[in-house]
Design a protein. Sequence first.
Length: 158
Amino acid sequence: MAIVLTRVDGRLIHGQVAVAWTRNVNAEKIIVIDDETAKDEMQKTLVRLAAPSGVSVQIYSVEEGVDVVKSMSSNRTRTMLIVKYPETILTLINQGISIHSVNIGGMYYEEGKEKISKALFVDENDRKIFQKLNNTGVELYYQVAPLTKKEDLFSLLD
């Protein structure tokens, strides 16, 4: 599969993803990998409704997502991969999926998280995950929308 964008976004598919990012990368498919969403029929319906017309959406648990992404390695469909949490990216990589670059989009406020930028809140666990991802050679950048400035994640975290 031709992964054209891998994104961490707490809201998964919403206006910016549905319109701006899919157009920017010319995505034909969106794969959402998130355990909570995969178990919740209402959430799955809402995520699918948020997708733009003509872009298919598939929603998987992390375990299923690993198998699906591996099985589609020769498929050339332009695919966006979206997860809620950076831990999911680390799991995918640790399971043998090659990811070279990750767009960190919205990571929103939760108790114990520190505001780093407009839509970026992190805690110590997030920082550790980002460091582990960085150690694997993955490029991590913060960019809310295609027309906003692409920023090196670690320059914001220091």
